[in-house]
Ligand binder design. Structure first.
Ligand code: ZN
Length: 161
């Protein structure tokens, strides 16, 4: 993530904490920096491992509470996928369109401007749109190839009986 984005999100967190007279604990800023340095979707475990690597041991409870705060501030988005919950820094990228393989669980971010345009143009009553997440489920090409190979193998066995 670009340094200017990191500075922006730090400012959002600083403003929020100052306005509410909350303490500006170094843990919260370390977690924010780590989230915005990962450049990928992550689980709470991934985040905890990453913080430990930089010698910043933070309790699970603190990580969960901080991530919940970041979601409230719209700095982090949560994806509930087949394999569990993954989080992602979202300050500079609010809309998400993910392609998910139902077999191996691989996740690929799609950039489909047609979908974004279509959603932009939808008129909703008494509702102001802010952002969207779209999950497309299917079978990735490697899983598809594996299935085809297995089917061929089964056919060959049948023919040889
Ligand atoms: Zn797959």
């Amino acid at each position: 993530m670009k340094d200017c984005v990191k500075a922006e999100v730090r400012q959002i967190l600083t403003d929020y904490l100052e306005q509410r007279n909350h303490r500006k604990t170094p843990e919260r800023f370390a977690i924010l920096d780590t989230v915005y340095s990962l450049n990928r979707r992550f689980s709470i475990q991934d985040l905890s491992d990453e913080l430990e690597k930089s010698n910043f041991a933070v309790s699970r409870a603190t990580i969960y509470n901080t991530i919940n705060l970041f979601m409230k501030l719209r700095l982090v988005i949560c994806h509930r996928l087949n394999d569990g919950t993954l989080y992602e820094a979202c300050h500079s990228n609010e809309n998400h369109c993910l392609q998910i393989c139902s077999i191996c669980g691989s996740v690929v971010e799609l950039n489909v401007s047609d979908i974004a345009d279509a959603i932009e143009n939808i008129r909703l009553k008494r509702f102001r749109k802010e952002r969207f997440s779209l999950y497309l489920y299917g079978t990735c090409s490697s899983c598809q190839a594996r299935i085809t190979r297995r089917k061929k193998k089964e056919q060959n066995i049948k023919q040889n009986i």
